[in-house]
Design a protein around this ligand. Structure first.
Ligand code: GLN
Length: 206
């Protein structure tokens, strides 16, 4: 802000968490613990104030319906198109995908990530599971990852970087420009590296 005595890089970035449905409280708590000014977002006026946005886990078909009902889908799409940093976990990753496989009838995503994502990719046999993932871009330590009725990324476009894969090679974390997505839930395990990385993206965009 012009004339402010606080250098911009030291001000807490305002980061929204889409709070229509799902585990938004966990993301808000984690982002606050990392020094962000984290806020629940339910209305377009609130979205307009943020420098970054997290779309939480939950149920993507419900989140889709509510975002259209609340008049947020359009503003969200324009914000993504204009370069707003957005991090989606699980259902949030589905919302960010350009193509959704096994969507329910009429389900739409916001798009932005040039990927095809399959919902509920692990089937009822393996609804939820935990595993350790190597994520070289976030350091040498593996990350303990919790998958809950999780999607996988089945196809990635040219500009998309796969950040993590399962032992069988399936992609479960991606990044493209200012957009970041994980099939799993770092907000549940206390590993802050994805959120820290995301806040760096938010801060570097200014
Ligand atoms: N299966 C959910 C969906 O399709 C995602 C689950 C989650 O976010 N934990 O949206």
């Amino acid at each position: 802000m012009a004339g402010s005595s606080v250098p911009i890089e030291q001000a807490a970035p305002i980061v929204g968490v889409l709070a229509l449905q799902g585990d938004f409280r966990e993301h808000i708590a984690l982002l606050k613990s990392l020094g962000a000014d984290a806020r629940a977002i339910r209305r377009p006026e609130e979205l307009a104030q943020v420098a970054g946005l997290v779309i939480p886990g939950g149920e993507s078909s419900v989140m889709d319906k509510l975002s259209r009902m609340f008049g947020l889908a359009g503003p969200l799409k324009s914000a993504i198109r204009s370069g707003l940093p957005v991090y989606g976990t699980c259902a949030g990753l589905i919302m960010l995908a350009d193509r959704v496989l096994d969507a329910i009838a009429g389900q739409e995503s916001l798009g932005g990530l040039d990927i095809s994502v399959r919902r509920n990719a692990f089937g009822s046999q393996r609804d939820s599971f935990e595993t350790d993932l190597a994520i070289p871009s976030l350091g040498a330590l593996p990350m303990h990852a919790v998958f809950i009725r999780a999607p996988v990324v089945e196809q990635v476009g040219e500009g998309v970087v796969a950040l993590a894969t399962l032992a069988d090679g399936r992609v479960v974390a991606v990044e493209q420009g200012n957009l970041l997505g994980t099939s799993f839930h770092p907000e549940m395990t206390g590993d802050t590296r994805f959120h820290e990385h995301f806040l760096n993206v938010v801060r570097s965009r200014g």
